[in-house]
Write a protein that binds this ligand. Structure first.
Ligand SMILES: [Zn+2]
Length: 134
């Protein structure tokens, strides 16, 4: 197994490897494979194959600057989709770790880590202290 990894590493020298576009292709291919399990249609199999071929072609390509440009174009094209997704992901992660409380007197939002039991919260805006369960 170690020898295989060594061989693979030597094989990958000077080749492009993974980037965001390839990651996207990988997930797209997996999604198509999954869909294809439920609705068997031949265009899907063609799409699978095309995706896999394109993915491997880009991974093993030696034309690194060209692949880099493709990835940049992909990132530019998907910027409007990726940014809201990233924000949503961030908010979701945060909401699992923190509780947002509103100060009862001034309405200032205060972020408190979850799972600390009852805590006394000091409002940084108006100085009010209030007790909440975190
Ligand atoms: Zn306040």
């Amino acid at each position: 197994m170690g020898k295989f990894r060594e061989k693979l590493q030597r094989f990958m020298i000077g080749r492009y490897g993974m980037d965001q576009l390839n990651q996207f292709l990988l997930y797209a291919v997996l999604a198509v494979i999954l869909i294809n399990l439920f609705v068997r249609m031949w265009p899907l199999e063609l799409l699978e194959l095309a995706g896999i071929v394109f993915l491997y072609f880009r991974m093993f390509s030696r034309n690194i600057s060209k692949r880099y440009q493709e990835n940049q174009a992909f990132l530019r094209m998907t910027f409007r989709v990726r940014e809201p997704l990233k924000k949503w992901q961030f908010r979701f992660r945060e909401s699992r770790q923190y509780h947002i409380y509103k100060c009862p007197s001034c309405g200032q939002k205060i972020r408190i880590p979850r799972g600390r039991g009852r805590v006394s919260i000091h409002c940084p805006k108006c100085g009010t202290d209030f007790i909440k369960k975190s």
